[in-house]
Design a protein around this ligand. Structure first.
Ligand code: ZN
Length: 269
């Protein structure tokens, strides 16, 4: 079973426009058209069974439309016997109704939420972000944080490892996933500050950037049960990532954990 814990899709109507904008911001070329249909094509080619879609709300008012879009994706997932694309909910820190919205997500079977502090112009250690992560944890929802540098976004970094550590120590979230191996291009800090924490790291957009020796050190220090296979599709290619992990000098048992077993447990699938 291969679960890609970090992907992005957009409603068909806005997919092309959204990808063009994001691609120009980040100066990187997407590997899918940004639609659910094209992610499914990518999954078939890469042998990926489940892709977790992580919506990023850039304005609190987007909650309702993203909720509806994600709910339809999840209904299809269930019809498909828990295969295909499974969406998390998007939450914006400036959402005054965040408690109500988290409850709505929980009541509708969502497994977790995504927060992207850069695109949401708030630091992860601000009170409101902590309150949202805390409430999500109380509801047994997984929180995925974009962590580290965002290639399409100027400094400052809104979720670096030291601020993540502050949140972890204060909030003690039960199911926190830091994307991009804990902090994109901030991996020295990840090694120094985060590897002993009760959290999960995803490999999204990191295999081609993180030095391999350092990547394996972080795997080992974190524990292989804390690593989630993830691509950040469309920004990395699923098939290439699957092949990269298959080639790694790790045991088959460890690869199975990274590819899907750890995610299955976390998602309670
Ligand atoms: Zn992403």
């Amino acid at each position: 079973m291969i679960i890609d814990f970090h992907t992005h899709i957009f409603p068909d109507k806005i997919a092309e426009r959204s990808l063009e904008f994001l691609a120009s911001q980040s100066k990187s070329a997407p590997h899918t058209k940004g639609t659910a249909t094209d992610l499914e094509r990518s999954m078939r080619e890469g042998g990926v069974d489940i892709s977790i879609s992580l919506p990023v709300l850039t304005k609190p008012e987007q909650f309702d439309s993203v909720f509806k879009f994600s709910l339809a994706i999840n209904e299809k997932f269930v019809e498909n016997n828990n295969r295909g694309i499974l969406s998390f909910g998007g939450i914006h820190p400036a959402d005054e109704k965040y408690k109500e919205h988290l409850k709505l997500l929980k009541d509708n079977g969502f497994k977790g939420i995504k927060i992207h502090s850069d695109y949401q112009h708030s630091f992860v250690n601000e009170e409101i972000s902590k309150a949202i992560i805390d409430e999500a944890s109380n509801l047994d929802l997984i929180t995925v944080l974009h962590a580290g540098v965002d290639i399409g976004f100027p400094e400052p970094v809104h979720c670096p490892p030291d601020l993540s550590l502050e949140v972890i120590r204060e909030v003690h979230p039960r199911k926190l996933v830091l994307a991009h191996m804990g902090g994109w291009k901030q991996w020295d800090m990840v090694e120094e500050l985060l590897v002993n924490e009760d959290i999960w790291l995803d490999t999204a957009f990191s295999l081609e950037y993180c030095d391999r020796a350092q990547l394996f050190r972080i795997f080992e220090k974190m524990g292989y049960d804390r690593i989630l296979f993830a691509t950040d599709s469309p920004w990395s290619d699923q098939k290439t990532y699957v092949e990269e992990v298959r080639k790694m000098p790790l045991s088959d048992e460890i690869k199975e954990m990274i590819f899907g077993k750890n995610a299955e447990k976390l998602l309670k699938l």
